[in-house]
Structure formats: C-alpha cells, structure tokens
Design a protein around this ligand. Structure first.
Ligand SMILES: [Fe+2]
Length: 330
C-alpha cells in the first residue's frame, strides 16, 4: 500500500492492474451501454439540424453523470480497501466523491489540447469499460507534472500554471500513454498534465470517471438552494445548446459544475435510495456523505449551513444575469 501511495505522490498517477473482477466490469458495461444510448438520443433530439453536433464536449467526446440506482454505485467499488486507503493518505484530511460520472471518447475524437484538469489538488479515478490503447483513445499523461518542478515535494497546494506554461512544460517531456485493460483502474492527480488521444475505431471508449475533492467541513448549502442552482443549469442548457454558441454552452457547463462543487456532490437531484445505501459499506457512505439520501439518518451527517446557502444563492443570481446578457448579445 505504501508503494502505491509513494508512487502516486511522486508521479501524479497510479495504474492498478487487474484489480477489479472482470465479471463486475462486464456488469457495469451492460448497464452503461443503454444509459449512454439514451443520453445520446436525448442530446441529439435538442437540435433541429441533424449532424450539427458530434457530442457534448470537445470533438466527439462525452461526459455523462451516472445514475444512483446502478450496480456501478451500489457495488461501492470506488471505496474498495486499497483505493480508500490511498485516497485517505494523499488527501491529508477529509475528502468526498463529488462527481460520479463517465468519460467517453467516441469514434472520430481527436487529440485534446494538452491540459491540467485544474490548478487545485483533486483525484480522478478512472475505470475502463473496454481495453484501451493508442488506437481507441487511451489517455496520455506527463508523469511528475503535478508537482511544480522535478525536485519539489508532493503537496496539496494549488499551482498557478497558465495554459501556455502547461504546453511549455509538456513539450520538454515525453508523454506516457496509459494502456489499460478491463479490471484495471487508474488514479490521477487533477493537476497532472495530460490529454485525450484520438479514437480511430468505430466503437465508443467509455471510462467511469469519479472525481474526489478535498472537503474539510461537514457543512454544505441547503438542498433547496442547490436544487435552485441545478434548475437554472438545466434551463441554461436548454437555451444554450440549440444556439450552437460555444461560449454560452461552456458558461452553462461551468456553472453546472460550480453548483455541484459547492454541494460537494452531484447526487442532490439523483438521490440515493434506501435499498442502495443499505448495501453500501461504511467507507463508500463516507465518500458519498454530501449526497441526498432517502434514508434521513444519512442526511443528518451534513450541516446545511445558512451562510453557505447564501453564498451559493449569490452565485446563482450572478450567473443568471451573465447568462441573460450573453443571450442578448447573440
Ligand atoms: Fe482532462
């Protein structure tokens, strides 16, 4: 275990090989496929002109939040012993599972711009639902770039690299392509420089993508205010997508992520049913403690704080105004 932790701290990622039973990954895939097909259908139905958009982000790439009533959540794989102890150690404090989602590189996707997912420390857990390599869009990483320089220590401090500096740093290094097989998982520091690669095949390449963020206090805004934010997000998407205006679509998506980050959970409008939470073990319930549960006792672990509700409310009002201005400028 200490090997995994020190590898992760040093290199900014860890590739766990043959860690999950293949049958479990197959079950995930059989549940995932119809959910994704439905998502694509709903997405394309928004547009009057067919073929106008390949996918919901970048070129032929998808992000999709996953439902709470699936074996993917119920299995609690994201908090299995080895993963949980690694997370506990690298966070140096409390953390929570904020995004329970998936990344799909679809046929025709291209090289992404080299990037960091953020300047702040957080951890992404990826589980490939099919084997992935250079042919179908495996992730390319630049090891060690989560630290500000090769001789600096691992810390949880944010860095301040700009988009241009990130490219300069990467160009001086050799990337590593993460060839992953079903049953593997990868952990990645969100500050690590990386990019998605093209999918040259005619098959989607889905990864489960779970994001853990630091969360020191067990306090969050009220469910009412969070739901108000999520309603606005839904409205923004409905208005923005048909315009085809990338700035507007990006604004809507960024706002959606902000509401979920404020909430420390994307499970407020996807509450977790009692028959699911009853099956989750203690560490999985810890990771999901900011979610909304049908089981009231589990909700009581978090204090719904008035001050935080007001702060989120302010963001909602501001975003609403900016969005309306952007719409008027079209
Ligand atoms: Fe990324």
């Amino acid at each position: 275990m200490t090997d995994i932790i020190s590898f992760f701290k040093r290199h900014g990622y860890y590739h766990g090989k043959a860690k999950l039973p293949i049958e479990l990954v197959e079950t995930f895939k059989s549940e995932f496929d119809p959910i994704f097909a439905e998502k694509q259908k709903r997405f394309y139905a928004r547009f009057t002109e067919p073929g106008m958009y390949g996918a919901n982000h970048d070129i032929n790439r998808w992000n999709m939040l996953l439902p709470s009533e699936s074996s993917m959540l119920r299995s609690g794989f994201f908090a299995q012993e080895e993963l949980f102890s690694t997370l506990k150690s690298v966070f140096h404090g409390d953390f929570s599972l904020v995004f329970f989602s998936s990344d799909i590189s679809s046929p025709g996707s291209t090289f992404q711009t080299i990037h960091q997912d953020g300047n702040d420390f957080a951890v992404a857990l990826n589980v490939p639902l099919i084997d992935s390599n250079e042919v179908n869009g495996a992730t390319q990483i630049y090891p060690d770039t989560h630290r500000i320089s090769t001789d600096s220590e691992f810390t949880n401090e944010s860095n301040e690299f700009t988009d241009d500096q990130i490219i300069v740093r990467a160009n001086a290094l050799n990337p590593l392509t993460l060839h992953v097989n079903r049953g593997d998982y990868t952990l990645r520091d969100l500050r690590l420089i990386h990019r998605g690669t093209p999918n040259y095949t005619d098959e989607h390449r889905p990864y489960l993508s779970i994001i853990f963020l630091p969360s020191s206090h067990n306090e969050a805004p009220s469910f009412e205010v969070i739901l108000e934010g999520l309603e606005l997000f839904k409205h923004m998407k409905k208005e923005a997508f048909p315009t085809g205006n990338t700035a507007l679509i990006d604004f809507a998506n960024t706002f959606g992520r902000l509401v979920m980050a404020y909430s420390f959970s994307d499970r407020i409008h996807r509450p977790i049913a009692k028959n699911v939470s009853d099956q989750l073990h203690e560490d999985a319930l810890y990771c999901l403690r900011f979610a909304k549960f049908e089981d009231q006792a589990l909700n009581e672990r978090i204090v719904r704080n008035e001050h935080l509700s007001e702060a989120l409310k302010k963001e909602i009002v501001q975003a609403k105004n900016t969005f309306n201005e952007l719409m008027m400028d079209l």
